[in-house]
Design a binder for this molecule. Structure first.
Ligand code: ATP
Ligand code: MG
Length: 172
């Protein structure tokens, strides 16, 4: 069966949630899933939940618990992200995983962790039967060009504008 490249982008809520839902659906179908999270390293409820599917879903985080300084990322942040890309490349080409998710990968170029070319190289390495998902705001147009499916979550209203920050169980 042929696989496709998805991008979930836009400024509205739901990108990571959609990727998580897909991971669970694929695991339910008996697929092996590789779920990688860039730029984030904090413990979150979604990763606790995915741990229940550890026989099917491999989870990796390539960030630190603190936020990346996008204007001047620490060398540790860059090293982790580049190491993450290398691991993701192995996962994509391993023949083991039918679904590979790179959560917040679109933030990599924005935060100066790696380049759009690095991501394009990864996408190009995808065997035809692997389904690949990239999430994160501000997906680069060159990546959009390579995708088969693009969903843009558009903020119509968000309680963030009322000052409501991320809540455990809902956003993290
Ligand atoms: P979710 O993980 O809930 O599916 P997402 O992956 O679409 O959301 P991200 O761009 O990863 O959203 O950002 C999530 C964080 O940014 C949230 O913790 C939230 O508090 C904050 N935030 C600020 N504005 C927005 C917005 N318009 N939509 C979503 N999140 C927002
Ligand atoms: Mg997200």
């Amino acid at each position: 069966m042929s696989g496709y490249v998805h991008i979930y982008t836009g400024n509205g809520k739901g990108k990571t949630t959609a990727a998580l839902g897909l991971a669970i659906r694929a695991a339910g179908a008996g697929w092996d899933v590789f779920f990688a999270q860039f730029a984030k390293g904090m413990a979150t409820s979604e990763l606790t939940a995915l741990a229940r599917f550890e026989d099917r879903i491999t989870v990796r985080q390539y960030g630190r618990p603190s936020f990346v300084n996008g204007k001047n990322p620490a060398s540790d942040d860059i090293e982790r992200a580049k190491h993450g890309l290398a691991e993701c490349r192995e996962a994509i080409t391993s023949g083991r995983y039918r679904l590979v998710i790179l959560d917040e990968a679109n933030l990599g170029p924005l935060l100066g962790l790696f380049s759009v070319d690095d991501l394009l190289t990864l996408v190009a390495a995808r065997p035809n039967d692997v389904e690949l998902v990239l999430t994160g705001r501000h997906a680069d147009p060159r990546l959009l060009e390579r995708a088969d499916l693009i969903t843009e979550m558009q903020e119509v209203k968000h309680y963030f504008q009322q000052g409501v920050l991320a809540r455990t169980g809902i956003e993290q």
